[in-house]
Design a protein around this ligand. Structure first.
Ligand code: ATP
Ligand code: MG
Length: 496
């Protein structure tokens, strides 16, 4: 066995984690950090979660940790943290050494057996870089498949014979792509060749498992590379065949790329901006129906794609339902795809056109739509993500969405004034409101019911002329404030 001391900076291991391994060891069990956290520690990445493996049985683990909360059918026991010292430390999972016996359907072990030998546990793991065990107490590593070497070379290679391992569990092919985009490592040539030869096993994998890995690829820093590799390895056709239809679909003069490349570049920019999943997915699918909507226009001698956003929103819905993405995400993505063609020539549109778009796409989605449009531009090959026109559009959206400066801001209204003064509706009510607004704009602290009620009584005693004068002053002040706010919005977006 290859027992080396590891070059891991111990201080990066939270004490909650080393406490768990220590407790197991004090009870005379073996305990190692294993899997993703060891890999990430070696390459200086922050581990997402902490997995510990041990020769103790689930019952023995539970008896050592009073606050265990969960045991699934793989024998994994989760430890609840009393105090979470680090925001990434969510749960610590302890799993007994496992052997996986026979695989009859390429997807799940038929049974889970526990072992007393760490080697058995490392043997069942997918890639060499994920099959390193690390002893926190003495700094020893157990690395029978030379994962540390592969980490330093930067290569993703199956533990053992690739074909055998992919036949056991076809999801591993997709996991290889996921690690490729997360770590930036290429696949070992044998591993890659084997995926190409056996990609059809992916058909047998449950949709939930495929979805989870696919989403991780989309959320990685390099989703464009991920999709290119999925295509190259013949896996994409089993996940989103509709995307393959966009390959080689030429567009009109405004576009430098075919639809496929355009979609990938748009997606990649959304990842560069670290946008959320629904924005990234809408970037990937916004032009998905261009192949279906494409018509040749003999007059302009160009391709047209009328209605592709309408068909596209339906196609997107079908794809995402098939991938069993959550309903909320589907709704958001479909909505963004549906409205991504909004007309944004700010020289030609009015505020009411902006208002109409907002009411169609929804206030809560309009900024996502604009972000996606920025990605769309970059994906088209334009150098500027946020040109004058788009900035102007944003300023118009803000102008439409802001709360106007109006008597509606006051902690009093016309009806209340009528009640207080026991008068009937008339111009006097409006004048009082405007006069109050003037004072509140001058000093926002005066916007209390108490003050405004009292001040209403005082104002009502003034002469009509005096009150009208104050009311008009309030109106002018309001207009000035409005103008000031709109100018500030424009300044923020660097537009006139
Ligand atoms: P991440 O940092 O994204 O969590 P990870 O390597 O921890 O990456 P997990 O899916 O959390 O990935 O799995 C934890 C470990 O379990 C892996 O490192 C690997 O050793 C093993 N593993 C997970 N899934 C499989 C699988 N399908 N086949 C074989 N081993 C697997
Ligand atoms: Mg993990």
């Amino acid at each position: 066995m290859n027992k080396n001391k590891a070059k891991i900076e111990k201080f990066k291991i939270p004490k909650e984690v080393s406490c768990v391994t220590k407790t197991l060891k004090n009870a005379n069990f073996e305990a190692y950090l294993v899997g993703g956290c060891v890999r990430d520690l070696f390459i200086g990445k922050k581990p997402k979660d902490w997995d510990i493996t041990t020769n103790a049985t689930p019952e023995e683990i539970i008896s050592l940790f009073p606050k265990t909360f969960y045991e699934n059918n793989f024998g994994t026991v989760g430890i609840v943290q009393e105090k979470v010292s680090d925001e990434t430390l969510k749960i610590i999972e302890i799993t007994p050494y496992r052997v996986e016996s026979s695989y009859s359907d390429h997807r799940r072990p038929d049974s889970v057996e526990f072992s007393k030998d760490i080697l058995d546990d490392l043997k069942r793991r997918d890639f060499t870089i994920n099959a390193i065990a690390y002893d926190v107490e003495n700094g020893e590593i157990i690395d029978p498949f030379t994962g540390v070497v592969d980490l330093s070379k930067g290569i993703i290679k199956t533990v053992g014979e690739p074909k055998e391992r992919f036949f056991e569990d076809g999801l591993r092919m997709l996991r290889a792509v996921r690690f490729h985009v997360e770590l930036g490592f290429p696949l070992d040539s044998e591993t890659e060749k084997s995926i190409l030869e056996n990609n059809n096993i992916l058909k047998k994998i449950s949709k939930e498992r495929v979805r989870d890995e696919f989403i991780k690829i989309i959320m990685s820093p390099a989703p464009m590379n991920g999709l290119l590799l999925l295509k190259k390895l013949g896996l994409l056709i089993y996940i989103i065949p509709e995307l393959e239809e966009t390959i080689g679909i030429e567009q009109n003069k405004a576009h430098s790329f075919d639809v496929w490349t355009h979609l990938l570049k748009t997606l990649q920019h959304s990842a560069d901006k670290e946008y959320l999943l629904h924005v990234r997915l809408s970037a990937l699918f916004h032009d998905i129906a261009k192949p279906k909507a494409r018509r040749w226009d003999n007059e302009t001698k160009q391709w047209t794609f009328y209605g592709h956003e309408v068909i596209g929103s339906r196609v997107t819905k079908k794809i995402l339902q098939n991938l069993i993405v959550s309903r909320e995400t589907i709704e958001k993505v479909v909505n963004l795809v549906r409205w991504h063609m909004f007309f944004s020539d700010t020289e030609k549109i009015t505020l009411s056109a902006v208002r109409r778009l907002i009411s169609k796409v929804g206030k809560e989605n309009v900024w996502d739509l604009i972000d996606m449009r920025g990605c769309d531009r970059i994906g088209t090959g334009r150098p500027k993500e946020n040109p004058y026109r788009l900035r102007k559009y944003k300023a118009m959206v803000e102008e439409v969405m802001r709360d106007p400066v109006s008597v509606g801001m006051l902690k009093i209204n016309g009806k209340k004034i009528i009640d207080i003064l026991k008068i009937s509706a008339g111009p006097k009510v409006g004048q009082i409101l405007n006069a109050l607004l003037e004072e509140v704009l001058e000093n926002p602290l005066l916007n209390t019911e108490e003050y405004l009620n009292k001040r209403t009584l005082e104002l009502s005693k003034m002469s009509d002329k005096e009150l009208k004068g104050l009311g008009d002053k309030g109106k002018r002040k309001k207009e000035k404030e409005e103008e000031k706010e709109i100018n500030e919005i424009r300044k923020r977006h660097y537009v006139k």
